[in-house]
Design a protein around this ligand. Sequence first.
Ligand code: CAA
Length: 391
Amino acid sequence: MNFLLNQQFINMNFSLTEEHLMIRDAARDFAQTELLPGVIERDNAQKFPDSLVRKMGELGFLGIMVDPKYGGSGMDTISYVLIMEELSKIDASASVMVSVNNSLVCYGLEAFGSEAQKQKYLTKLATGESIGAFCLSEPEAGSDATSQRTTAIDKGDYYLINGTKNWITNGGRADFYLVIAQTDKHKGSHGINAFIVEKGTPGFDIGPKEDKLGIRGSDTHTLQFNDVKVPKENRIGDDGSGFRFAMKTLSGGRIGIAAQALGIASGAYELALKYSKERKAFGTEICNHQAIAFKLADMYTEIEAARMLVLKAAWDKDQGNNYDKSSAMAKLYASKVAMEQTVEAVQIHGGNGFVKEYHVERLMRDAKITQIYEGTSEIQKIVISRGLIKE
Ligand code: CAA
């Protein structure tokens, strides 16, 4: 995929390659045959079976961009967003697991980890043999990520971690946790480090699962660290590099969440279009009434605009361009479209839209989190405006 470069209309080719189309179709097929059955029940029960996680691992969805020498699929970011969109059309609880494992955990280790850490952890995470979690948010440090209260005190050959992490995706299911903590409060963002903590380490406790509005199949937990000893070799990168690690990793994460939002919006649109061609009122299918037809036109236009931003951010990452601004723009816009257009999809469905079996109410509930996690919409505007001012 070639794209608009430096505001000049050169090299533009909006078609996906044969390989990209095959990857998209494989994800679509998996979502239809494996994720769709039981999606309502999983949402009600707030559960996601291990068997489905294993299948996603077998298909290479848990290490999409990881180098095959570490067990990954070696695909590009365009492939990643195509997969994310297809999974999210059907089940955003599945796709958030995929997004966190790929963008935050595997990318974080591959880009910043030592060779020994990659051999020990990344090889298992990329194949789905193990699942990862990314632990940055705290009760008092969500948007303000430099204000970490969790501490990691250097004790010579190990660090001692104490603190609490909140809203952690894969919190109960994960085997390995990338934990951001403050090692020197006088150094601000340069006094922060990231560590790999294994499940079962003494003093590391997983709190009860959160009862959420949306993405209810994914498990979200509070984590407690009470004098948790982490070996020195589990620090990721140079001393003091943890904030940069978190920010860089989140920039890529925002591409995954933008693609999730795009999938939620396009899934709701497809259901609304289908319904409007079947449901009759005032003597004709409701799509023939302008009140509905204009809604469909607006939905499709906005979703296509979001798709362009998502693909552009993915393309920037694949080209080695800076993608901080484009990923924040993609997430800001796609999440807004997801929220607004899922509400429209419910409206087009009328009373049926309020009923679980029609799926759109779940997509509407799932959409909201895309405006919150991996940085709220307000945080995306901070990142975008800083990028603009720097240019
Ligand atoms: N790449 C590399 N370095 C970066 C960076 C990036 N994208 N962004 C910032 N940095 C560096 C800066 O260059 C700066 O370094 P120097 O001091 O050497 O100049 C340092 O980090 C501090 O940067 P800022 O001064 O910009 O930091 P700030 O305190 O003003 O915060 C912020 C900036 C954008 C508001 C940031 O705190 C932020 O993104 N907050 C949101 C956090 C977030 O997204 N949380 C989501 C949690 S994870 C999650 O949701 C996962 C899940 O389970 C689904």
